[in-house]
Design a protein. Sequence first.
Lengths: 222, 76
Amino acid sequence: MKAAVVTFPGSNCDRDLRMGFEQAGLQVEMVWHKDTALPEGVDIVGIPGGFSFGDYLRCGAIAANSPICREIVRHAEAGGYVLGICNGFQVLTETGLLPGALLRNANLKYICRSVPLQVEETQSVFTRGYKAGEEIVIPIAHHDGNYTADAATLDALEDEGRVAFRYGANPNGSDRDIAGVLSANRRVLGMMPHPERACHAAQGNEDGARLFAHLADALAEA
Amino acid sequence: MKARVHVMLKDGVLDPQGEAVRHALHGLGFEGVGGVRQGKVIEIELAEGTTEATVTEMCEKLLANTVIESYSVEMI
């Protein structure tokens, strides 16, 4: 199984994400924002956290229009897997692969702390290692994580079981406490919390490791 | 020639930055400030003959996120 992790100017979680994938047994190739093709045989693309292009214009907007992102959209539209974390989630909404948008946190503060999350939906390769309703703790670190979408979109996400994670205590004003959402085919996940920062004993928390481990198992079975 | 693009959060989308500015104006003693919305202005230098339709396309593809923002184009 092979993963590609993208680096944009301003990405800062790309190597952590690489470690998350590698620890689960995936082979990882790093790709640069100017690359015009994904490596041969990539199963999943990871879009990491950070501040791509300095968050200029809007978080993720410039990255979403980079050459590699055109290929990521093609990969996703062909049924490929994509995991976008934090800035990666913002990029995924800007590409239109996921609905909604991430606004400035309601309290206007940059928030960096571990938060309780409820696993809402286990029918995906990303969340199948958790129990429905299970509470896990994953760090967040963002200024613009306030998920918003119109009511019809939110209702559809809930009806279709596409809310992957909800905050236990809403830190940023997100509509309906939403912390992560899945695409209609359940193969693209965007989430503000950082599972790659919770996947090793040295990080003090391994709740995120299960996401990567079960993802690797699912890809191996496919 | 130039175009000036105004981008604003749509009505109904909470604007916490605008709210913070409103509080600050109130703190300075300005009475009667009902609400503040904060947006951005983007000025684009263009080749002669560029049409407003082209600038609108720029807005749709990049300058505004139409999920949360509205925009207006002014050719100047």
